[in-house]
Ligand binder design. Structure first.
Ligand code: SF4
Length: 415
């Protein structure tokens, strides 16, 4: 995307601290992988990470790695490696980019962190299909390629009301993971440790929600694009004290911005909601494009996906099951529409951008009439942009730019 009129975007000071704790996280795992000091589990991003930590594992998240491949724009060239071994260009481009990178023996971690040569080899692969089937197929490839055990949780999808039966079935599956995981880690399950980790994870989640909710202020102190970067600790470090400490720092900075009416997008004129995956290789370009139009994309279902308000340290397995089923991506369209409606009101939104990500139907909500239904009900106009999370061949930058500019013009005319 052409970036002629560079705009000043407010830098978040806490970023330095986030970079430090993320570096510590990656180096600790690299050290464990090299020395065997600790066992390593790979986990899906909304999988049972808390249980893995309680059993003494360090946890690697391949989706986080997939997003790094996207944001460094390495993904597009790696996807064909997976296509060549039978993984379609139409399936999840996190999967195809990540597997492609493994086959080629490269990783963006080496560029970012001196001395790290590869992703850490797993001792076990643990999935939760609450988000999609692709994660299971993704991990199954590694299980076979590396001869590593693969276990996980199969979750109901398209759920309207979360019932006791849903919770029981997932909670039992999670409890069923204890024995095999404990055998691999060599650590006995300790309920007090589990409760402690879950309490930290809940605190992280509550703070992350507070961070995202600051966007309801006018002007908003944060953008969706900031959120996609700063959600790193909520994804990979939830259940640790570091993540909790970090979000306290970030929250204080954002509250200070609100107090001093400092806008993330100077002259904020339009407030937008983003539905669907980010386009990782275009974060900066999209952030600039909207800022130039005085539009702040300030809230999203994506960043909210790491809010787990149901976590209850006194009832770990049932509450983890509930939290991981209550996720937006697991729910029916009727639930999703009500959720987005509430978000539009809370964040005082003028328009919605739906990203129809070609390789992620699971997180593209515009394919079954939702934009039309929501617009009719709320009067909030929307725009669908076609693209992808990682595969830049599926994006037309010019088309996206033209459509967004026309959409903002329409919002201007409607004022
Ligand atoms: S939800 Fe979408 S992006 Fe995430 S792993 Fe599944 S297919 Fe990939």
């Amino acid at each position: 995307m052409e970036e002629k009129k560079k705009v000043e975007r407010k830098k978040i000071e806490a970023t330095k601290e986030m970079n430090r704790i993320m570096a510590d996280y990656f180096y600790e795992m690299d050290d464990a992988a090299k020395t065997g000091k600790k066992k390593i589990a790979w986990c899906t991003s909304v999988g049972p990470a808390e249980l893995l930590r309680a059993l003494g594992f360090l946890v690697h998240f391949p989706e986080n790695h997939g997003a790094m491949l996207g944001s460094t724009r390495m993904a597009t060239d790696l996807i064909p490696e997976s296509n060549a071994i039978g993984y379609s260009p139409d399936i999840c481009s996190y999967l195809t980019a990540d597997v492609g990178a493994y086959i080629k023996g490269i990783t963006p971690l080496s560029r970012a962190y001196k001395g790290i040569e590869s992703v850490p080899k797993p001792d076990v692969l643990v999935f939760n299909t609450n988000q999609c089937r692709d994660v299971q197929d993704w991990f199954a490839w590694y299980a076979q390629y590396l001869n590593v055990p693969l276990i996980g949780v199969t979750t109901h999808r398209g759920v309207s009301n979360v019932t006791k039966a849903h919770i029981q079935s997932v909670a039992e599956q999670m409890e069923g993971l204890i024995e095999p995981l404990s055998e691999i880690s060599g650590k006995k399950f300790d309920m007090d440790e589990m409760k402690h980790i879950l309490a930290l994870s809940r605190e992280c989640s509550d703070l992350w929600k507070e961070v995202l909710d600051t966007a309801s202020a006018v002007p908003s102190p944060i953008t969706f694009f900031d959120g996609t970067i700063h959600m790193g600790p909520a994804v990979v470090l939830r259940g640790t004290q570091q993540a909790v400490d970090y979000y306290k720092i970030l929250l204080a900075e954002l509250k200070d911005r609100i107090k001093n009416k400092i806008a993330a997008v100077e002259g904020e004129r339009f407030r937008l909601y983003w539905d669907g995956m980010p386009v990782w290789g275009r974060l900066s370009a999209h952030s600039n494009l909207f800022a130039e139009l005085k539009a702040n994309v300030l809230a999203s279902t994506y960043c909210n996906s790491w809010i787990f308000t149901a976590f209850d340290p006194q009832d770990p397995f049932n509450s983890m099951a509930r939290a991981y089923i209550e996720l937006f991506i697991v729910r029916s369209d009727a639930f999703k529409e009500k959720y987005i409606k509430d978000m539009l009101a809370f964040f005082k939104v003028d328009g919605i951008i739906y990203h129809d990500a070609k390789t992620c139907p699971n997180n593209s909500n515009c394919r079954y009439g939702m934009p039309q239904r929501l617009e009719k009900e709320t009067g909030v106009p929307s725009l669908v942009i076609n693209g992808d999370l990682n595969d830049l061949r599926l994006i037309s930058d010019e088309q996206t730019k033209t459509n967004i500019e026309a959409f903002i013009e329409q919002l201007e005319e409607n004022r």
